[in-house]
Design a protein around this ligand. Structure first.
Ligand code: GDP
Length: 462
């Protein structure tokens, strides 16, 4: 392997790209927002390398400058850009960890202006509060307001000022409702153009993920916030040993099982020996190839990826390596390089143990699709004072039913399954053993269903 690629061998003490996550209630426009940002980055920049998903989208500073026009002067910033995690939702936000903290450095909470705060909006705010993650609120779908009449690419504030008095006052009313709701949740907030200090005040950015209005403003606020308040955290030894997080474990034709990952510290190189968190035990393997999606214009053959020799933080990458079948989404990745292998394995184990959920002697059984969702759901159950006997990643199997059946209290003879399948054998056994299975992809819904079940049991006992 040669070291000819200058960008692959950065010097120490550089600033890395802040990692951004998008949260909010279902249907409020998270996916559309990410698609639009990705789309603008593709049309605006050389960085057309965004057609194949690798789980994240890097938007370099010069592209942000192009998108944001007069709002951003790249000269004013020394952070390299923004890296968006492509999977929206607080489920993925809390799944993705770096050394015990959230992987994302900043968040966007999307709120539909016409629908206002909803249960998952509040869930998202709770998580951000707990993890002390700075965020901005995207007040989305302004284009749905009757009479809305945009004019190309003007900043959203200008567009709002120019609208008829009726549209403006309708919009303002809704925006102030959002500001009021944020205040009810304990956050001081204001329209972004009035916010002086984004650390103490949450900026609200009206926008339309659909038409793209207000997205330049959003990117400007995110860059400003990062530059002012995250700069110290972004200062890393970019040339050091790489550390990252698995976003997703995927099959890639010609490469077998690969990892979509974010490298948030140091550099990962081709041929590096790495340790990855696995379902049963840490996986020790060697990087066979580091894959970046090819720009659309260059995809003429079946090959959709370019290989790179190294990837420096923070960036998204697809890692091809042997033996990745048992790798877990949300698990840590560590480069061994000149360190003692055992020490690195221990580090990965310790980080995984940190993610594990404390279990009680008596309580319900929980199964979830990832460590992060397991943790999120356990946090909610704890708040509701529902004890957990056993919590684990994976589909609901017969042994989970057997475990749940050992609970003394009938209301604990239950399995809460979050985003996982229930195996047929397990379902049959549950009927025989009188174990109740609750399934949902929304935490509050799952817990609510279980609560109702508990109430029914308690009423029957009286
Ligand atoms: P998610 O569940 O939060 O990811 O929401 P989606 O991005 O899937 O959006 C839900 C629906 O709202 C889709 O039908 C979108 O087309 C629509 N939508 C999202 N953003 C906007 C917007 O800014 N304006 C309008 N009119 N519709 C939007």
């Amino acid at each position: 392997m040669s070291d000819s690629d200058a960008s692959a061998e950065p010097t120490a003490g550089q600033l890395r790209t802040p990692i951004v996550a998008v949260l909010g209630h279902v249907d409020h426009g998270k996916t559309t927002l990410l698609d639009t940002i990705r789309g603008s980055a593709v049309t605006e920049g050389e960085a057309g390398a965004i057609t194949q998903h690798i789980g994240s989208t890097a938007v370099p500073l010069d592209v942000i400058g192009d998108i944001a026009g007069s709002l951003v002067d790249p000269e004013d910033f020394d952070l390299p850009g923004l890296l968006f995690i492509d999977t929206p939702g607080h489920h993925s936000f809390s799944t993705l960890r770096s050394r015990g903290g959230a992987l994302a450095d900043i968040a966007i909470v999307v709120v539909d202006v016409t629908d206002g705060f909803q249960p998952q909006t509040i869930e998202a705010l709770d998580i951000l509060k707990r993890t002390q993650t700075p965020f901005v609120v995207a007040a989305n779908k302004v284009d749905t307001l009757p009479g809305w009449n945009p004019d190309g690419t003007e900043p959203i504030q200008t567009a709002i000022d120019r609208q008829s008095d009726r549209v403006e006052s309708d919009l303002n009313e809704r925006l102030y409702e959002i500001i009021g709701e944020l205040s009810d949740e304990g956050f001081s907030a204001d329209m972004y153009w009035r916010v002086q200090n984004f650390q103490n005040n949450i900026g609200v950015v009206p926008l339309s993920a659909m038409t793209g209005e207000g997205i330049p403003d959003l990117l400007t606020v995110l860059m400003g916030l990062s530059q002012r308040y995250l700069k110290e955290e972004m200062s890393i030894d970019v040339g050091g040993r790489g550390a990252g997080t698995v976003l997703e474990v995927t099959e890639e034709r010609g490469f077998g099982t690969t990892l979509d990952a974010i490298v948030y510290d140091g550099t990962v190189r081709e041929d590096d020996r790495i340790v990855v968190g696995g379902v049963n035990e840490p996986i020790v393997t060697e990087v066979r190839a580091l894959l970046k999606p090819k720009p659309l214009s260059e995809i003429r053959t079946e090959k959709q990826f370019d290989t790179v020799e190294a990837v420096a933080a923070a960036d998204g990458i697809k890692i091809a390596a042997p033996d990745l079948d048992d790798a877990m989404a949300g698990a840590p990745i560590r480069v061994v390089r000149d360190r003692d292998l055992e020490a690195v394995i221990e580090e990965v184990q310790a980080e995984l143990a940190d993610l594990e959920v404390g279990t009680d002697e008596e309580g319900v059984t929980v199964k979830a699709d990832t460590l992060g969702s397991l943790e999120a759901i356990s946090g909610t159950l704890e708040e509701e004072e529902i004890p957990i006997m056993h919590a684990e990643v994976g589909d609901v199997a017969p042994r989970d039913i057997r475990m749940a059946a050992t609970a003394d209290d009938p209301k604990h003879q239950a399995v809460l399954a979050f985003g996982v399948d229930v195996l047929e054998d397990a379902r049959r056994l549950a009927e025989q053993e009188d174990v109740d299975i609750f399934e949902d992809d929304v935490i509050y819904q799952l817990v609510e269903d279980y609560d109702e079940h508990v109430t029914a049991i308690e009423e029957a006992q009286q």
